[in-house]
Design a protein around this ligand. Structure first.
Ligand code: ADP
Length: 261
């Protein structure tokens, strides 16, 4: 609680009364804390690849007659870290754009199966490398929704990409898209490593990863699910996850076909 007294004085500067404005600032403080945590996390996440880039660049500069193989390895690391920075910056910008967008823009009728097909092509390489098969069960109903196409792609890509990333070789990913009453439902199920119960509530937080080192190693930014959650809220939908360690995870997104104004 914040008390802000204003003293009322008469023309001889004698205090004759006061007005106290009582304001509950719990929510404001919580939001401010969240914002400053986010800024601290962002700086840390951006500094890590930068430190690595400048470290390796410095070493290359100081050792002009380095073995070509070592030189190539160092350049590959620099390249990889630069890509990581690019992904981080893109995700931070996407998240901030979605958060600040009050009214939806670029809406069109989007067929969710078409979006799925594009996403499948995007993750195919990674899935093939691990011999992971991806199946889609799609109903013959009209599974279209009026929305920003990029938003639907972000939801689908982040969920399917995670399913592939967190599933060991020879695993299976099943996507289903169907209509349920007034909603379009998108389910992404994998038989991968699963999520421990104590982490489930936190995986939608920015930069929260169950295993930070592993997520980094496979190229994660820790922002994918935060982006998905914000888009789902924006589209007035819901998202939930069921998961068991070493058995797999199922993410279910429900998006209303008609949104409230
Ligand atoms: P990241 O870039 O690390 O993948 P996300 O925000 O997409 O970040 O996911 C947050 C964390 O949730 C991941 O680091 C991972 O620990 C966990 N996670 C997400 N999807 C899955 C999944 N399908 N199976 C197991 N763990 C998952």
């Amino acid at each position: 609680i914040k008390l802000d007294p204003v003293y009322l004085q008469n023309n001889k500067s004698i205090i004759i009364g006061s007005i106290v404005n009582i304001e509950d600032i719990t929510e404001r403080v919580r939001l401010e804390n969240m914002r400053s945590d986010f800024v601290a996390n962002v700086s840390h996440e951006l500094k890590t690849p930068l430190t690595s880039i400048s470290g390796f660049a410095e070493t290359l500069k100081m050792n002009e007659d380095m073995e070509p193989e070592t030189r190539k390895r160092f350049l590959d690391i620099i390249d990889g870290e630069a890509n990581r920075l690019r992904r981080l910056i893109n995700d931070i910008l996407t998240l901030s754009f979605i958060e600040n967008e009050e009214q939806s823009s670029n809406e069109e009728v989007v067929n969710i199966y078409d979006v799925y097909k594009r996403v499948e092509a995007m993750v195919k390489n990674n899935a093939d490398t691990k011999n992971i098969s991806i199946f889609c069960e799609c109903s013959s109903d009209d599974i279209s929704i009026s929305a920003n196409r990029d938003y639907i792609k972000q939801i689908m890509l982040n969920l399917v990409d995670n399913a592939v990333k967190y599933t060991p070789s020879d695993g299976k990913v099943n996507v289903s898209i169907f209509k349920d009453g007034g909603n379009i439902v998108i389910k992404v199920k994998d038989n991968g490593m699963g999520i421990p119960e104590e982490d489930i509530d936190r995986i939608f937080e920015r930069f929260y990863r169950v295993d930070k080192a592993r997520s980094r190693e496979i190229g994660g930014t820790g922002l994918g699910l935060a982006i998905v959650k914000h888009i789902v809220i924006h589209l007035q939908g819901t998202i939930n996850v069921e998961s068991k360690v070493n058995e797999g995870s199922t993410f279910t997104v429900k998006l209303p076909i008609e949104r409230k104004l």
